[in-house]
Design a protein around this ligand. Sequence first.
Ligand code: IMP
Ligand code: MG
Length: 183
Amino acid sequence: MENKIHLHDKSFKIFIPNEDIEKAIDAVAARLNQDYASSTDEDPVILLCTLNGAVIFAAELLKRVNFPLVLKACKLSSYEGTSTTGVVKTEIPLPDNLEGKKVLIVEDIVDTGGTIVALTEQLKAKKVADVRVCTLLLKKDVYKKDVKLDYVAMEIPNRFIVGFGLDYDELGRNIKDIYVLDE
Ligand code: IMP
Ligand code: MG
């Protein structure tokens, strides 16, 4: 594990080692296994991975959860560089036939919450039976929205981070530890 990395024009320093991320995911997966234990093959959980950031988190969860589920994905975007534009764009829309389903949104990080609010509204419009949010990271001093965040693996301060699926202008997703912008 490097202490410092460079992506585009910026440097980042080590923030959360992979080992700690994996432990936090173990804990969240154990809670999901309890809470979704009653799901059946006839009524599986829809695990909705938000591309691209949540791919690694979703894959790590998939290795750990044991209830019947169907994997789906969608893509919303709001970030440019190291800050949010405040406008949430739908790049890959939600899957069809979600009516009456139990949906578990798998997110990489909740920051202002714009993305999660837009997504839960779209899901409610599709008449899902239940929607819960599972996020790897939460910037808890920034998030002021009302949508309940059911499963939060780790809370972080208001800093810009990369790695473990998260990017700085598309670079850094394939780094297994999490790094923070070094200013
Ligand atoms: P929100 O809509 O403001 O909550 O932002 C959520 C989305 O912005 C996340 O799904 C990420 O894609 C991106 N994002 C927020 N904070 C960071 C960060 O620190 N590093 C990389 N991407 C981030
Ligand atoms: Mg994201």
